[in-house]
Design a protein around this ligand. Structure first.
Ligand code: ZN
Ligand code: ZN
Length: 443
């Protein structure tokens, strides 16, 4: 591996001073201290076989806390639910936070793996559900624990503070805020930089990193639309509420088509409730919408458009009451700091080789990761970790059936290729962290 040289003075927002000229032997540090992967592969398989739903990650967080304690990290548990943070203070220097997620999904696994999950558990509404790590959070945890081991063993080569954070309840995008609300930054030092990675359907052994928006913003909009005066016995004098709601849903799709001309925009009807058994009069209908965009101006056009359409149709139907419309941020835009993404991308290119570092994005998922950085105005970067066998992907691309043959995140068939995904993820986290924790090293 070549010596990694960062010779250009670099700054990134949130930094108080230029980073200055550095000469960092990151590559030999990583190769010297990279641990054997067998124990982390076993950890991955164990967590995969014993997944836990959002807000119920007790076993997983306990295993993670034990591992960090064994490594000598100062461990804080039960933050914002089952959140865990390990802190390794190693003299003066930057504070670097690396983050992974603890939770799994209510999905019946169909991968056929020997260590498949057969687990079932009650979700937060008390419903019995199958459980599967279909989003790859098990691999994220194994990579981060392996990176914690590498960085701990390499502590003679760096100075500063390393924070490894394991967030609960990412799938409902509530866990990051819960950790903040539970006083996260009263328990650990404020990070100078926050970083995380997520699996993606690109070749195992590659990474993808871009500046700017990389994950969509998601808003939840709740509508309550009221019926007009009248009742089921006199339909001729009233407007059927199902017709009003149908018109609204159709016009929302027209709105999406219009806004999409200028960039990605999506409105998904997540829930629709009208009436109840035994009731012949329906007073109102409830609709829950999921609204996604990368561009804040398109997001505003979608939210404004929803308000206009719902009020129009409600008025036109002669509704007895004005509609109730409330919106809340489910996940803010994940908008990578440009300087930081460029810098970490260069570190990856130098370490892994430029041909291993892509600039592709997944199909419009969202995340609450950035809340951990926004809460303390720290810069952040989020990159993607390849998980697919390169030959499988090549064949699917050649045959034009990538969507059929390569499972996406949240698929019951989603199983990352363990090698070299685990090694690449461990080294990506480690080399990115070291690039900040070795800033005072000189040539
Ligand atoms: Zn997910
Ligand atoms: Zn995920």
């Amino acid at each position: 591996m070549p010596l990694v040289r960062v010779a250009t003075p670099l700054t990134f927002s949130g930094s108080q001073a230029p980073l200055g000229q550095q000469c960092i032997d990151l590559a030999s540090t990583i190769e010297t201290f990279a641990p054997p992967l067998a124990q982390f592969e076993n950890l991955y398989k164990d967590i995969h076989q014993h997944p836990e739903l959002s807000c119920s990650e007790a076993r997983t967080s306990s295993i993670i806390a034990d591992r960090l304690q064994d490594l000598g990290f100062d461990v804080r548990q039960s933050i914002g639910g089952h959140g865990v943070v390990g802190v390794l203070q190693n003299g003066p220097g930057k504070v670097v936070m690396l983050r992974a997620e603890l939770d799994a999904l209510p999905i019946q696994e169909q991968t056929g793996l020997s260590f498949s999950s057969t687990k079932r558990m009650a979700d937060m509404w008390g419903r019995d559900q199958p459980v599967m790590h279909a989003c790859g959070h098990d691999m994220h945890m194994a990579c981060l624990i392996a990176a914690a081991k590498l960085l701990h063993d390499a502590r003679s080569a760096w100075a500063g503070t390393l924070e490894v954070l394991f967030q609960p309840n990412e799938e409902h995008t509530g866990g990051a805020q819960s950790m903040i609300d539970d006083g996260l930054y009263e328990k650990i030092p404020k990070p100078d930089v926050v970083m995380a990675q997520h699996l993606m359907q690109i070749p195992s052994g590659t990474l993808s990193i871009k500046s700017g928006p990389v994950l969509v913003s998601a808003d939840t909009v709740k509508l309550r639309v009221f019926s007009s005066e009248g009742h089921a016995a006199n339909p001729q004098v009233s407007v059927e509420i199902s017709v009003v709601v149908s018109k609204i849903v159709l016009r929302l799709q027209d709105l999406v088509k219009e806004v999409s001309k200028d960039g990605y925009a999506s409105i998904h009807v997540e829930e629709l409730h009208i009436g109840a058994p035994g009731l012949d009069w329906v007073e109102y209908a409830d609709v829950v919408l999921d609204v996604k965009a990368y561009d804040p101006s398109l997001r505003s056009r979608l939210l404004d458009g929803i308000n206009g359409i719902v009020e129009d149709e409600s008025t036109a139907s002669g509704a007895a009451k004005k509609p109730c419309i409330t919106s809340s941020v489910r996940a803010p835009l994940t908008n990578n700091d440009g300087h930081l993404a460029g810098r970490v991308g260069q570190v990856f290119a130098d370490f892994f080789g430029a041909d291993k570092v892509l600039q592709e994005l997944p199909s419009h998922p969202c995340e609450d990761f950035s809340i951990l950085a926004r809460a303390v105005q720290s810069p952040y970067v989020f990159w993607f970790l390849g998980r697919v066998h390169p030959e499988d992907l090549e064949r699917a691309r050649r045959d034009g059936n990538v969507l059929d043959k390569i499972p996406i995140e949240h698929s019951a068939f989603n199983a990352p290729l363990i090698h070299p995904t685990l090694e690449t993820g461990m080294k990506a986290l480690s080399v990115a962290a070291l690039s900040f924790l070795t800033e005072d090293n000189t040539c």
